[in-house]
Design a binder for this molecule. Structure first.
Ligand SMILES: [Zn+2]
Ligand SMILES: [Zn+2]
Length: 124
């Protein structure tokens, strides 16, 4: 997997990613459709905090990793997005990317209104 910034990975939509996510959720004791429950687990909450702290150490602040520098000003809602579900439940820091809501919606297609109800505003 390449980590080129700004590249559209479309990872979520791939068949392999869907399969990993299902298998991982199952191993963690969830049903395949219970990804939103996974996002509420202490593990994920701690991991997303860790991801944000790691970025802050690296860049001195939290910001969207996809937006150009001039768009990074001000308060934006940041999401921790899975680049891959291969290690769901045991994520590595490079398995996720910190992106703003707008970039996240672009990444997942335009069905995020629906998703937002399930996943809440600031984690996925
Ligand atoms: Zn962005
Ligand atoms: Zn995402």
């Amino acid at each position: 997997m390449s980590g080129e910034p700004g590249q559209t990975k479309g990872a979520l939509k791939s068949w392999r990613e869907q399969k990993w996510r299902r298998a991982r959720l199952y191993r963690l004791g969830f049903e395949r459709f219970e990804y939103d429950k996974y996002l509420e687990t202490p593990h994920w909450q701690a991991f997303r905090k860790h991801a944000l702290e790691t970025q802050k150490q690296r860049l001195g602040r939290n910001c969207c990793e996809r937006c150009p520098e001039e768009k990074r000003q001000g308060d934006v809602e940041l999401h921790v997005h899975h680049l891959t579900y291969e290690r769901l439940g045991e994520e590595l820091i490079e398995d996720v990317e910190i992106i703003c809501r707008a970039c996240h919606e672009k990444e997942h297609g335009h069905d995020t209104d629906k998703r937002a109800r399930h996943y809440g505003p600031d984690y996925r």
